[in-house]
Design a protein around this ligand. Structure first.
Ligand code: ADP
Length: 488
């Protein structure tokens, strides 16, 4: 089974355990397994270096005391002989192989070195000393110990040939071996302790928070929209926690909107349908009730239903990107005049008035039908939320290179907290419309979507509670008047 399929804490533990075993293996191999080899190599090199040192001071009158100190300090036996085999200096360690050799045997090392380019290195096991006839009682060398004998031919300042013959043990002392074992044991315990500590630390900082996040995610999946993710520790875990909390918040917003949408849609569809059913049944039961007024109510409600369904379709097409705008260059002031005129007659009968403040003509390159829908929606809202003055002002001005259309009322205004939500689909404030008309909550969402689809367009609102609202849209002024081609 792959390590990554295990729970994170076991994965961490096994990874660290494998790492520790490798480290311990390497440690024991080099510290204990290779101790003899390393010691032998270092000791051999030391003996050769010491021989070189003696060579460099061979003519020094203090040579004798130097050699004595070196022999004692480096635990070496040192013998210097002439080319006739006469011993010139001799300092022996205890026990010593060199001590058991005769002058003629020194001479044989001299000759070996001579025939070997001036130096001769020889390793000898203490067990094999007997074979060489050196097993006499004066030679109390330990069994199983390896020694080296190194002979080197040198010349002094009088150009006489001499041989430095040195001897040293290349087997580490048992105490050194014990120190190495104890050191390796202490380091091993440290590594095991560190492995456990790091496992516990990482489990606490990574595995535990992830487990808790998983549990919360499962809760969220099973429908708990208010779940709060709690995760602390590493930066990534905190970032994941934040992302999940954000996702959870968004999901609850979407869930809220979904419920609201269902409630709104069913309410919006049911009201006209109930009215139409009621009137139709009434007219079926009482033939005198078949009056133009009652029929008009049914026509109005049908129209309302059609508008609602069209709005919903438009919005979803705009949001899915399916709606292709039909751009033309048109006079937006003329469009404004027409919309205002259409409303004025009806509104003046109800005591409302619309004031239009505009230039003569301003040309824009946009989808005329969609822009008229935008203006219509803003105007309907202004009328629905009109103030006591029952006045709606529609103003067209030029600003920079834009034409800006403002629709102003002096009604209830919009709360600062709610201003960012009014552009959302199906958002309706709790306030009842002044005219008691039931809104769909789609009007401003359509405004937002249409304006977003127009390059360079701006939309927004300035509003304060009690003082009224000023909704505005801005479109870039077309530079070529009625010439469509230059914009394509
Ligand atoms: P509705 O059909 O409810 O009017 P809209 O999308 O047109 O839907 O508007 C969304 C909300 O914005 C409204 O419910 C209302 O709270 C607020 N609103 C829009 N226009 C005005 C206005 N002129 N004055 C005050 N509030 C407004």
């Amino acid at each position: 089974m792959s390590l990554y399929r295990l729970p994170l804490k076991w994965s961490i533990f096994f990874s660290l355990a494998i790492f520790s075993i490798i480290v311990l293996g390497v440690l024991w191999f080099f510290q204990i397994g290779m101790l003899n080899t390393f010691y032998r190599t270092i000791k051999t090199s030391d003996v050769q270096q010491n021989t070189d040192t003696i060579t460099s001071i061979i003519d020094n009158p203090e040579l004798d005391s130097y050699i004595e100190v070196m022999s004692y300090r480096e635990d070496m036996s040192i013998v210097i002989i002439s080319d006739t085999g006469a011993v010139i200096h001799k300092y022996l360690r205890q026990p010593s192989i060199l001590g058991a050799l005769s002058d003629s045997e020194y001479l044989s090392y001299y000759n070996e070195a001579k025939s070997n380019d001036g130096s001769y290195l020889y390793f000898i096991q203490s067990d094999s000393l007997a074979v060489n006839g050196l097993n006499d009682s004066s030679l109390s060398t330990e069994v199983g110990v390896e020694n080296l004998i190194y002979a080197k031919i040198i010349k002094n300042s009088a150009n006489e040939e001499l041989a430095i013959i040195t001897e040293s043990s290349v087997t580490p002392m048992p105490s050194l071996f014990s120190v190495a074992v104890v050191t390796a044991l202490v380091i091993s315990c440290g590594i095991v302790f560190l492995t456990l500590t790091i496992t516990i630390f990482l489990t606490k900082k990574v595995a535990k928070p992830i487990e808790s996040l998983t549990t919360s995610a499962m809760d969220m999946a099973s429908g708990d929209a208010d779940v709060v993710f709690k995760g602390d520790g590493f930066k990534e875990v905190i970032a994941l926690t934040d992302a999940l909390n954000y996702a959870s918040k968004q999901i609850s917003v979407v869930e809220h909107l979904r419920r609201e949408l269902l409630a709104n849609v069913s309410h919006d569809l049911r009201t006209p349908l109930t009215l139409m059913k009621g009137y139709t049944e009434m007219m079926l039961d009482i033939p005198e009730e078949v009056t133009p007024e009652n029929l008009q109510i049914i026509v109005d409600e049908t129209e309302r239903l059609t508008n609602l369904v069209n709005d919903m379709l438009d919005l979803s097409r705009m949001q899915s990107g399916d709606l292709v705008l039909n751009f033309t260059t048109f006079d937006i002031i003329a469009l404004l005049n027409e919309i205002v005129k259409r409303h004025s007659a009806l509104l003046s009968r109800m005591g409302y008035s619309i004031k239009l403040e505009s230039d003569d003509s301003l040309w824009v390159y946009a989808d005329e039908l969609k822009i008229s829908q935008v203006i219509y929606n803003l105007l309907s809202n202004a009328i629905n939320y009109v103030g006591e003055d029952k006045l709606v002002i529609v103003r067209a001005i030029t600003r920079d290179n834009n034409v800006r259309i403002e629709v102003i009322d002096h009604g209830i205004g919009i709360d600062v907290d709610k201003i960012s939500h009014i552009w959302d689909r199906y958002y309706k404030s709790d306030n009842n419309h002044i005219r008691g008309v039931v809104g769909t909550g789609l009007g401003l969402s359509i405004v937002k979507n249409v304006m977003t689809l127009h390059p360079g367009a701006i939309y927004g609102v300035d509003s304060s509670i009690g003082a009224g609202s000023k909704f505005y849209i801005e479109l870039p002024i077309a530079k070529g008047d009625e010439n469509d081609e230059i914009y394509e």
